[in-house]
Write a protein that binds this ligand. Structure first.
Ligand code: SAM
Length: 383
């Protein structure tokens, strides 16, 4: 694969890589990665200057499994590779000319030898190369330099190359693994996306867990959400035991959904903006506005507009107002990652994060909820 860059005409160019300074004991992984990048991003073969049968076996195994006829030769003399090469030689070095300037001058249709080093590269390599090319003038790595150079050289087309003859062929899939093995297509963990399904306005707990998974929340976020739900429901049950059904006056179905879905936005980001992003997602899939509000207003016992703006959130009060919103927010405060924690620990944590302004709010919420539910929350979270 190749291209006449001026006329953008694809031409059959053979690209080879020469890896200098390979030390099998120290560079095992990095040279393997140089070879894998060469293979995956359009080169036809690699020469490695030190004999390394294990490396050869690894690359042959990858060829067998994923296809293509990429060649590897180790223990080759760099000088003989360079002297016998009948095309254009490019040496990647931080001291070279900028890649974007040079790439236009590399003649299309010529075979190409790309040289990458490890430690110090001998002076004669700079002389023998037709082009000494830098991928920025900062030091980084042969793997990144090679990948970026090949991407520029092939104009991104190398990402869509065919690798015929492999045992398996991976098909693009944003949510699971889809693999073609012979004539069989095997899909693992394929789940419909959040917006590809219809959800109830007030989803039950199983449906909420499906929503979290379909949105792409990690298993840790889902475990945390369950822990917040368990604590919130313990508070409700305790209130029912001691005060009877009339006291709390909350909509338990919506509350359950709010407890489970409060971190829906963490499917997109772990920044504080997960609150408003989660609320947008919830709105987008048609959840009840009360649930949307529980998601939007759950963080840090609530945020007045001025604080919200300082944190990069919209200019609006994000304060839990209903009892359901307050309970979701406070249950979240009293569950660290996965474990319940005392009010004192939660306060300490807020202080450590520099969110002192939230301390008074969560102390007030704690007292308010205890009064409203007629319960003592501390035994539910201590020890
Ligand atoms: N002093 C070396 C040099 O001349 O670039 C840096 C050694 S670096 C650990 C190993 C190899 O990574 C280099 O031989 C070069 O092939 C490649 N490399 C590192 N940074 C590069 C850059 N900014 N541009 C091009 N190649 C780079």
């Amino acid at each position: 694969m190749g291209a006449d860059r001026k006329n953008n005409i694809p031409t059959p160019t053979r690209v080879e890589v020469l890896r200098l300074g390979h030390r099998p004991d120290r560079d095992k992984r990095i040279t393997t990665h140089v070879a894998l990048v060469s293979r995956a991003f359009g080169a036809s073969g690699i020469h490695v200057d030190t004999k390394d049968p294990k490396l050869e076996r690894t690359i042959d195994r990858v060829n067998g499994q994923f296809g293509g006829d990429f060649t590897i030769e180790t223990g080759t003399s760099p000088r003989s590779v360079m002297n016998n090469f009948g095309g254009t030689i490019v040496h990647l070095t931080m001291y070279g000319e900028e890649v974007d300037n040079v790439i236009r001058d590399i003649p299309g249709g010529e075979d190409l030898l790309i040289i990458v080093g490890s430690e110090k590269v001998p002076r004669e390599v700079f002389d023998l190369a037709h082009f000494n090319v830098s991928v920025s003038n900062q030091p980084h790595s042969e793997v990144s330099a090679l990948a970026i150079f090949l991407d520029r050289y092939f104009d991104g087309r190398q990402l869509y190359m065919d690798f015929p003859g492999g045992e398996i062929n991976i098909l693009p899939d944003g949510r699971g693994k889809t693999v073609k093995q012979g004539d069989d297509i095997v899909t693992v963990r394929k789940r419909k996306g959040l917006f590809e399904r219809r959800w109830g306005e007030v989803p039950d707990p199983d449906e909420c867990l499906e929503i979290l998974a379909s949105a792409g929340c990690s298993s840790i976020v889902i475990k945390h959400s369950r822990a917040v739900y368990d604590l919130g429901m313990d508070m409700v049950h305790r209130s029912l035991e001691v005060a009877g059904p009339s006291v709390h006056g909350m909509d338990i179905a919506r509350l359950s959904a709010g407890l489970l879905l409060h971190d829906l936005g963490r499917s997109r980001t772990h920044s504080i903006r997960h609150t408003v992003i989660g609320a947008q997602l919830a709105e987008g899939i048609g959840l009840h506005p009360d649930i949307v509000a529980m998601i939007r207003n759950h963080v840090g016992g609530g945020l007045p507009a001025a604080e919200a703006v300082e944190l990069g959130l919209p200019d609006m009060d994000l304060i839990p107002l209903t009892w359901e919103e307050k309970l979701v927010s406070h249950a979240d405060t009293l569950v660290g990652n996965l474990r319940r924690r005392s009010l004192g620990k939660a306060v300490e944590r807020l202080e450590e994060k520099g969110a002192e302004k939230g301390v008074d709010r969560i102390l007030a919420l704690h007292a308010e909820l205890e009064g409203h539910l007629s319960i003592d929350i501390d035994p539910l979270v201590d020890g």
